[in-house]
Design a protein around this ligand. Structure first.
Ligand SMILES: Cc1cc2nc3c(=O)[nH]c(=O)nc-3n(C[C@H](O)[C@H](O)[C@H](O)COP(=O)(O)O)c2cc1C
Length: 172
């Protein structure tokens, strides 16, 4: 089995992180992999905002928790967020960003870095407090965040394989 397929097959979401800064070169490699994802018509209308400040991450998480009525929500207290955003009226924005998210997941897995998809912002991006924080992060006003990646080194929790129940059928 080649390394790419091995990484795809063993990738799992991580929801428990240790408090240790990520290697910046590795973080930049992960972001570069996001930039190399496919995008509809190659338009690349996305932006990737990397938040490497735990306090700022928690401010966003708290605001999201309050908007969603989930007190104490902390996005699993990660070391870093990669926030892919895209133009609200891009016809491919959601798909493009999902492709980038998968590249982030796989690049992180290949480097031994934990990652989980956080879906909570998509419906609340334009709530004033959330938009205020997105503005502070220089995320364009006309951008939406569909999903974002929380990253960090995994704690010792063993994550085994997950049963895959999706159906397949080959027609010959
Ligand atoms: C569109 C999408 C939204 C997701 N949202 C969340 C989320 O908000 N919080 C979370 O903990 N995991 C989230 N996940 C991760 C899934 O729960 C996870 O991929 C799934 O349970 C399979 O587990 P695995 O990633 O370990 O293979 C999301 C995944 C996708 C693709």
């Amino acid at each position: 089995m080649n390394q790419t397929i091995e990484t795809i097959l063993k990738r799992r979401s991580t929801r428990s992180f240790v408090k240790r800064p990520l290697d910046r070169e590795e973080l930049k490699m992960i972001v570069d992999c996001a930039l190399h994802a496919p995008s509809g018509m190659g338009r690349q209308t996305w932006k990737f905002t990397i938040v490497e400040n735990r306090e700022k991450i928690q401010r966003l998480a708290r605001a999201a928790g309050e908007a969603l009525g989930r007190e104490g929500y902390d996005m699993y207290d990660p070391e870093v967020l990669i926030i892919p955003s895209n133009e609200k009226d891009s016809p491919f924005g959601m798909e493009d960003n999902a492709c980038a998210m998968e590249n982030i997941y796989l690049a992180a897995e290949s480097l031994g870095i934990g990652c989980v998809w956080i879906n909570q912002l998509r419906t609340i991006c334009d709530e004033p407090r959330i938009r205020g924080i997105l503005n502070e992060f220089h995320i364009p006003e006309n951008h939406v965040v569909y999903g974002l990646a929380a990253l960090g080194y995994r704690d010792d929790t063993v994550i085994g394989p997950k049963e895959r129940t999706g159906r397949t059928e080959y027609i010959r």
